[in-house]
Design a protein around this ligand. Structure first.
Ligand code: ARG
Ligand code: ZN
Ligand code: CA
Length: 233
């Protein structure tokens, strides 16, 4: 097997005052990623969520901070068209996850590039206030990064971005017909199955997200194998 996968991370903070995001927030964000990807977070399943009780997986993927770069830039919103990546290009994206932290605008929390795309735009972009301790409650516990890194590692939304028969290509995530928001009560049933609303790849509140599944772990890890889209890491 591949064993533990270590992903070194470069963080680019691009804000009118780039010191508004502190080093301790950046480190807290790294800790959230490591906890979420290794099922060592403190989240709990909703009481009675018996059918998912053994489904939170350990991906054995770790993240380590390789460098933080601050750019004071007066631009007030960057959109989702990769403009920030042209202005501040990724550093060695074949071997490093690049994370841009900025004001995206339009109420967008984050966006990501799937594996296999152009290396000049590879990485994820986060709204600055989604980092732990930020002001984007209920999305300020750092789980936007977890969700976006999920996309970066080939995961789809658990509803497959379509109706019930649209797949996310993961066997053990029940099908659903759309995103869930807030902190849904259990069970939330769509497509005749109980939604895994606490999965990181749904749209629920940070405090109500809890897990990746074994199937998601296998789909993510597959891209690091020989011939996979992130084998160079
Ligand atoms: N809407 C964004 C996306 O689809 C991020 C959702 C993040 N959700 C959260 N609870 N932090 O990529
Ligand atoms: Zn998403
Ligand atoms: Ca599924």
């Amino acid at each position: 097997g591949l064993g533990t996968i270590n992903i070194p991370v470069y963080v680019h903070i691009v804000l009118p005052n780039a010191n508004d995001v502190s080093n301790s927030q950046v480190q807290a964000q790294m800790n959230v990623l490591n906890d979420d990807f290794n099922s060592t977070n403190a989240n709990q399943l909703p009481s009675g969520a018996t059918n998912f009780v053994n489904d939170a997986t350990i991906t054995d993927i770790n993240f380590s901070l390789a460098g933080t770069f601050r750019h004071n830039d007066s631009r007030s919103s960057w959109g989702t068209n990769n403009a920030i990546k042209s202005a501040y290009p990724p550093i060695t994206p074949d071997t490093h996850l690049n994370i841009w932290v900025c004001n995206i605008g339009g109420g967008i929390l984050g966006y990501a590039q799937f594996p296999g795309g152009n290396s000049s735009t590879d990485g994820i972009v986060l709204l600055n206030s989604t980092l732990p301790g930020g002001s984007a409650a209920p999305y300020n516990l750092g789980r936007t990064a977890t969700h976006e890194v999920g996309h970066y590692l080939n995961l789809r939304h658990i509803w497959g971005d379509g109706r019930c028969r649209q797949d996310d290509f993961v066997e053990d995530t029940p099908s659903s017909d759309g995103a869930n928001y807030g902190c849904p009560s259990y069970p939330t049933v769509n497509c005749k199955t109980t939604d895994m609303t606490m999965n990181y790849m749904d749209y629920t509140d940070d405090s109500c997200m809890y897990m990746f599944t074994d199937g998601q772990r296998n789909r993510m890890r597959a891209i690091f194998a020989s011939g996979g889209a992130r084998a160079s890491m």
